[in-house]
Write a protein that binds this ligand. Structure first.
Ligand code: SF4
Length: 222
């Protein structure tokens, strides 16, 4: 097996999402995705990308004064060599976030990696893509290492909200790990989502993308 990855972009920014929102963060964005979500803001990763040796990627991130690194996409686990990249980042003492669309098993992801998994809702067009083993794998991980997993729902409609609520209750996830509810900006007002969350007393975090507030006119490299 070669040790290359198709890389879309590597950049230094402010983490816009997750419990790490607001911190400086280096992003390694991998190319390719197995899904085609309706609201995708990284569709440029579906096709484009340049092959890079993992060693070159590791060297290139050292130019930034930051030990928080997110591996994202596209869908990073779409490339098998992503697992090696994650392990090598951990061995370099980085704090590593993996943002995945949830459709690949996280079984072989290094236990030190903080995994942020999407659960795709009906209006994403990718409903039912969540890997069936990932609920068990998430609960195993958080039992061993609290705060090692987060779940994210990107919501366009009230139907999505009801789906997300049902998913977390059905799988007994509330109060067990951070759960993030993020509105699709063009489809759902953040204040409306806030009302729904408060009305139900749902212990989830409303998540607004900080990077889109900081740099509203820039869609890549932030
Ligand atoms: S999983 Fe992410 S990168 Fe892939 S299509 Fe959906 S939003 Fe885009």
């Amino acid at each position: 097996m070669n040790n290359k990855l198709n890389i879309s972009e590597i950049f230094y920014s402010i983490q816009g999402e997750s419990s790490y929102a607001g911190f400086p963060c280096v992003f390694i964005r991998l190319s390719g995705c197995n899904l085609r979500c309706t609201y995708c803001d990284a569709d440029y990763t579906w096709q484009e990308g340049e092959p890079e040796n993992i060693g070159t990627v590791l060297e290139s991130i050292e130019q930034y004064p930051c030990d928080l690194v997110e591996v994202t996409g596209g869908e990073p686990l779409f490339q098998e060599n992503c697992l090696e990249l994650l392990s090598k980042l951990i061995s370099r003492k980085k704090t590593v976030l993996l943002e995945s669309n949830g459709s690949f098993s996280i079984e072989n992801v290094s236990p030190e990696v903080i995994v942020i998994l999407d659960v795709k809702c009906p209006d994403s067009g990718s409903k039912d893509s969540f890997h069936p083993d990932n609920i068990r794998l998430i609960t195993d991980r958080i039992d061993k290492t609290p705060n090692s997993c987060e779940l994210k729902f990107v919501l366009s409609t009230q139907a999505d909200f009801l789906y997300a609520k049902d998913f977390i209750h059905k799988n007994n996830l509330i109060n067990r790990l951070p759960i993030l509810f993020s509105p699709v900006q063009k489809d759902l007002a953040a204040a409306t989502l806030a009302d729904w969350i408060m009305k139900d007393g749902l212990n989830v975090r409303l998540q607004l993308q900080i990077h889109t507030m900081l740099w509203p006119d820039i869609s890549r490299g932030v």
